[in-house]
Design a protein around this ligand. Structure first.
Ligand code: NAD
Length: 484
């Protein structure tokens, strides 16, 4: 299979925070890979902008280092790295001051698609938006890309939306959630809406429940200060898990078009029930296997911030009435594992008898560490010995099925940045979506604060607190094992 490059127009992409961690680990490597794939038209520029006083040469040297560290094998090609660096520029700009704006304006090309990536702390977003307008750097179709976290709660998200709306139209604002750029997440939509097979079964009549897990084995060391103010609910559930839930639960949009898709996602968030306290488990990791506890990682011996959340929620509409959604995310869990599993119901009657075994169909959508979709179906165990049933996977592992050997599917950031250049907002969150997600999350967090809730301890590298497993068992169900 030959990969297909859809050409984009010549662009100027300004990365504010171009010396920061996210730019070095994700954004610049993604742009480099697009360059290597031939998707950076002649005349396009990537302009790093940050506060440090760096020369262009110093910036290029530091980006080349970052590529060697984070861009994989492609960065072993010195000519490719140097070719990409020829497109790179650097300007020292202080978003909150007057320095550097004129230099930045002088670099921008007339007629190129113009995009500004806000890879800076959220406290700087409004200043940047204002600075861009005030210094005349924007055009009618200029785009801005805004990183997470988008607000700390509903009130701050609304305020940020209002501030950005003073300077940019909603059609120019790209709120990024890199989970939506994953190949498998898009494939989930292809599987759901491109096949006759699944959609008739995609409802409470045939689906017992759905599990969404985003498990990480890393802790919060290095990001402790941010995480301590955020916690798993704000950092993961409000955005990434909510977006995955939307794509699983939404009605078919009339077209694969930005507002049609986002309208349907919004309806899902608005249909979510209020989660009762006994349907939610918070956890915090303790020291084990040679790693520090959460409290040590954030240097706060009395921290009540959760590094784990498991919850049961319900989408209150005709399609899903009676089918619970179980969401689980945490740090320092036994495996890194992000997946969605759709658990179908038992057959209404087993004609083979109990000795044959009871089996269920499961559709597993794996996002991390490997991407792929597996459908578990039941067949007869081969050979003599009577009728015994076994599960076998129908496997759509993308690494093997959907790409030339050695060429990985485009990283989420590659796809999303190119969508910004194309002006396609389908995979970006709209203002009302973000606000609706906060409106659902806020009462849960406020409830914890009001009750002085203390998260349940769990050992680092375990499956999380026992209460999470208990919550499932009370419903006669089990979490899927991590890394299975
Ligand atoms: P960082 O602290 O490593 O880098 C911040 C960058 O912003 C630096 O280049 C700094 O010079 C620049 N900056 C700060 N204040 C500025 C100002 N007034 N004017 C101009 N430039 C200024 O941060 P990071 O980890 O790269 O994160 C950037 C953004 O991305 C944050 O909003 C963060 O929440 C978000 N994010 C980061 C990650 C990650 O893995 N690092 C993941 C998801 C989201």
């Amino acid at each position: 299979m030959v990969s297909r490059i859809i050409p984009v127009e010549t662009f100027d992409l300004v990365v504010f925070g171009g010396t920061g961690d996210l730019a070095r680990r994700k954004i610049l490597p993604a742009l480099f890979k697009r360059y290597c794939s031939g998707q950076m038209p002649e005349g396009s520029q990537v302009i790093g902008a940050a506060r440090s006083a760096l020369s262009e040469t110093e910036y290029r040297v530091s980006v080349a280092e970052a590529l060697r560290e984070f861009a994989g094998e492609a960065a072993h090609d010195a000519a490719a790295v140097s070719g990409f660096c020829d497109h790179l520029h650097y300007v020292a700009v202080d978003a909150r001051g007057e320095v550097g704006w004129a230099d930045l304006a002088a670099l921008l090309n007339e007629g190129s698609v113009r995009a500004f990536y806000f890879s800076v702390g959220p406290g700087v977003y409004s200043d940047l938006a204002k600075g861009l307008k005030r210094h005349g750097l924007t055009e009618a179709d200029t785009r801005i890309v805004v990183e997470k976290p988008f607000g700390h709660d509903l009130e701050t998200a609304q305020k940020l939306n209002q501030e950005l709306a003073q300077y940019f139209d909603e059609s120019q604002i790209y709120r990024i959630d890199h989970y939506l750029g994953k190949e498998t997440v898009q494939n989930l939509m292809a599987v759901r809406f491109g096949n006759m097979l699944f959609e008739p079964l995609w409802n409470a009549q045939y689906i017992d429940h759905i599990q969404i897990t985003v498990a990480e084995s890393v802790g919060v060391a290095g990001r402790g200060e941010y995480y301590e103010r955020s916690g798993a609910m704000r950092d993961m559930v409000q955005n990434h898990l909510m977006q995955l839930l939307c794509l699983i639960a939404m009605e078919p949009p009339s077209q694969f078009e930005p507002d049609a898709v986002r309208d349907e996602k919004l309806k899902v968030i608005r249909a979510l029930d209020t989660v009762a306290p006994h349907h939610i488990v918070r956890g915090q990791y303790t020291a084990a296997d040679g790693v520090d506890s959460y409290r040590e990682d954030v240097d706060n011996p009395r921290s009540k911030t959760e590094s784990f959340v498991a919850l049961k929620c319900q989408v209150n509409n005709w399609r899903w009435a009676g089918t619970p959604f179980y969401l689980r995310t945490g740090k320092r869990l036994s495996e890194r594992d992000s997946e969605i599993t759709v658990m179908f119901k038992d057959t209404p009657h087993s004609i083979f008898g109990d000795e044959a075994g009871r089996h269920r169909n499961e559709l597993n959508i794996q996002l991390q560490p490997n991407e792929g979709i597996t459908l578990k179906v039941t067949i007869k165990e081969p050979g003599p010995g009577g009728m015994r049933l076994v599960d076998v996977p129908l496997d759509m592992s993308f690494a093997e099925a959907l790409g030339p050997k050695g060429q990985s599917a485009a990283d989420a950031y590659e796809r999303l940045i190119m969508d910004v250049i194309r002006g396609n907002q389908t995979l970006f969150m709209r203002d009302d979506e973000v606000e609706a997600a906060w409106a659902w999350t806020d009462p849960i967090i406020r409830g914890w604060e009001a009750r002085g809730d203390v998260p349940k301890p769990y050992d680092a590298f375990s499956f999380g607190p026992d209460d999470a497993a208990l919550m499932m068992r009370r419903d006669g169900r089990n979490w899927r094992g991590l890394g299975k």
